[in-house]
Ligand binder design. Structure first.
Ligand code: 0WD
Ligand code: CA
Length: 384
């Protein structure tokens, strides 16, 4: 049952105990200097096989193997195999934090906090994809989000709730949107090999359930975070041989002909690419530009760290260019907000943080409801 609602309608900004009701998102409130250094450290990894089953190894890790630059660029047909060699995502899967919790349960010893006698020495556990949404919120104009939060044994768990309406939308998305999803995965098949010295095999089946995930830990001021992130590939020749520095993100996008196209791309799409790779410490993004025939015709490697500067140059500050420091200041404020609001340690109690474009972040409280997300097997494993 819902035990309370605190939202925009509330006449005051704080309760009598000083706990805030809402968190505003306006970029102008978050203009201060970059708050903390962000040094993501890999503390582990796991693989998900063709059936999406968890394996505590790196057998799904792919190796970056681009075409030789000395021969003319081969056209990569991104729709090849769409009808006959594609296992699309099973929309019925409600995985939530399941896989990262499994990793935690299996690597519990390395994470214990002996001083605080806590089973887990981190403040927040979540998925990278959820954090990407929080980080870009000050500039998002289209899609809101809902994050369920539970405090359990001193750690806050953040898990996205995808509303039924959004799920329906995803299922009914256009044939073109489905093709675009496929093309992203297919690009990986052209650019990566299964083994360190292997060559790519574009005849292989594209199975969206297969993944290699890194487990990242970050200390930022008084906050420590642990999250998993799906990694496209590692570059055996990387100037930064240790993970996550050796990892690469692969993306495809339409080749750009005009300045306006490029500007829009940096304004709306690049902010998401930047946020995703920045959070997990992936230093380079390889972009495959596709033509009208859905073939990749050009490759470019972009340094994640250079994206905010390029955005500023292309978009211009007067044109409301997004800023990394605003994203980061908001991100820290959100973490502060969650820590202040969620103080009752109970895996069945959920604070649902909700945000819709234009409004502030608000929350509702739910006990023993459909929002409860920490699985019983996990609660048992950690309490032991
Ligand atoms: O349709 C799928 N393949 C979905 C996959 C739907 C929903 C979830 N997932 C899985 C992902 O495979 C991933 O293991 O959830 C996990 C989330 O991991 P993450 O690292 O936190 O996710 P994020 O950073 O948001 O995305 C990583 C990749 C995406 O790469 P691109 O280059 O597109 O950003 O996970 C995939 C995708 O390959 N992915 C999705 N693909 C399609 N629809 C989606 C989605 N809704 N979410 C993640
Ligand atoms: Ca990708």
């Amino acid at each position: 049952a819902k035990v309370g609602r605190f939202s925009l309608a509330a006449p005051r900004q704080r309760t009598d105990t000083g706990i805030p009701f809402v968190l505003p998102i306006s970029p102008s409130l978050y203009e201060g200097p970059f708050p903390f250094a962000w040094h993501p450290v890999e503390v582990g990894h796991f693989s998900l096989d063709a059936q999406r089953c968890y394996c505590g190894d790196d057998h799904q890790l792919c190796y970056y193997a681009p075409p030789s630059s000395s021969i003319p660029f081969p056209r990569f047909d991104l729709l090849d195999g769409y009808h006959d060699r594609y296992v699309p995502w099973n929309e019925g899967l409600r995985e939530g934090l399941g896989k990262v919790l499994k990793w935690i349960a299996q690597n519990n010893k390395q994470l214990q906090d002996k001083e605080k006698r806590q089973p887990l020495n981190v403040d927040y556990v979540t998925l990278r994809g959820h954090l990407t949404k929080v980080l870009t919120t000050p500039y998002e104009t289209r899609q809101g989000w809902q994050l369920a939060v539970s405090l359990f044994c001193g750690t806050l768990y953040l898990s996205e709730i995808v509303p039924e309406a959004v799920r329906r939308q995803r299922k009914q998305c256009s044939e073109r949107a489905k093709q675009q999803t496929y093309m992203g995965y297919k690009f990986e098949k052209y650019m990566c090999a299964d083994t360190q010295n292997g060559t790519p095999d574009p005849s292989a089946v594209v199975n969206t359930h297969e993944a290699f995930c890194t487990v990242i830990q970050v200390q930022m001021g008084s906050h420590s975070l642990l999250f998993s992130a799906e990694v496209d590939c590692t570059d055996p020749q990387s100037p930064w041989p240790d993970p996550p520095g050796c990892y690469m993100e692969l993306k495809t996008t339409r080749a750009m002909q005009s300045c306006a196209h490029r500007r829009n791309f940096y304004k709306y799409k690049m902010i998401k690419w930047w946020a995703q790779s920045f959070l997990s410490g992936v230093p380079r993004i390889v972009v495959g530009y596709r033509d009208d025939m859905d073939s990749v015709v050009e490759l470019k490697t972009i340094k994640t760290a250079s994206i905010p500067k390029t955005a500023k140059k292309l978009i211009g500050e007067e044109q409301n260019c997004w800023k990394a420091k605003v994203c980061m200041n908001f991100f820290v404020s959100f973490l502060d907000f969650v820590k202040k609001v969620v103080t009752t340690d109970d895996p069945k109690l959920v604070h649902l943080f909700e945000w819709e474009p234009e409004g502030p972040v608000s929350y509702t409280v739910h006990r023993d409801s459909e929002y409860t997300f920490l699985p019983e097997w996990y609660v048992k494993a950690i309490k032991r």
